[in-house]
Write a protein that binds this ligand. Sequence first.
Ligand SMILES: [Zn+2]
Length: 405
Amino acid sequence: MDLMIRNARILGREGLFEIAINEGKIVDIGAACGDSAKALDARGNLVLPTFIEPHIHFDKVLLAEKLNETSSITEARQMVREAKKSFTTSEVRERVEKIIPWGIENGVTVVRTHLDVDSYSKTTSVEAVIDLSRKYRDLIDIQIVVFPQEGLVKDSQTFDLLLKAIEMGADVLGGLPEAERSEEDSRKQIDQLFLLAKQKDLDLDVHCDVLPSLRNTEYYVSQVLKNHYEGRATADHLIALAYYDDDYASRIIRMLGAASINVIANPCTMMSSGNTDRPPKARGITRVKELVRAGVNVAFGSDNIIDPYNPFGDFNPLSNGYLLAYGAQMGSVSEFEALIRMPTYCSAKALRLENYGLVAGNDADLNIFSESSPRELLRKHGKPRYVIKKGKTLVENKSETIRNF
Ligand SMILES: [Zn+2]
């Protein structure tokens, strides 16, 4: 064996285990798995598969160092639109490269990033991130979603630019129906997305109803069913679902479940800028508890980091989980476990990852923590003690060892 992890606590299982790793794979998980040249002692703490960031906008990170923050999502969109005109591949690469280590230190080794493709920035961000995904391929896997932030019907150049970005190597097709001028055009966008996704055999990952008054989700779900895209479609944000009356909301939740659509909540950005109502203000978070209860696959992402949508952000799934626990009022032991499954198994399902998870035969991508329960993980929302990818230790966060008292 190349590596043995001893005294590991595994989510959802009783007792402590040994995890045997050889040639980058988990080869055994059991009570005693034999000898190894190298061993790490998990000390009875949790060992999880590495974290997945299922929703982030790499092309916008750190823009707030150049622009002002704003408290309105409409203003933020306008500000980013202007900034995009001067994007260059090296400028985008420089910003993204600053934050990649933040994620890895926090145990993130898989990322799905949305990247704007439109007449303002063309395919600049896609070029930049494809370069980086090659450069960092041993440390982090990056899935690229091409994202028509400025609309597909409204911005006539976007369709061809999306095609170009897909040819360049983008993995997933994104969308934002509310970017169009009317509800009719929003539906047209959804129709075009399905046409293109099916033609290129791509999964769909669509920003849905960020603003409370919108009702595009119902049409999106109906098209997922009609086009047999069950399990291949994701709906992001769904803020409006929190504002619908209970009857309509439960109908949408049932439809999302029937269409096996993944839902990604983004607590940080939405608490910051996502709700436009007057006081008393809602939290800008979709109905996470009800969706989970209905069996919908729910995960959460960082969305934005230090840009006009979000003044902070640390690329740490545990601090986003901590925030979501408060925002979605998830306070029971089973809900803490559900929150820890979101940046791990639920995100893996949304991204349709293979060889993921603590099972013999899968990739040895593991985080070893200094905490022994989901509650403690969320409460401290610190870094893992070790981040391991394909059996190799990428990060050893020594300060966490000292803090383990
Ligand atoms: Zn987003």
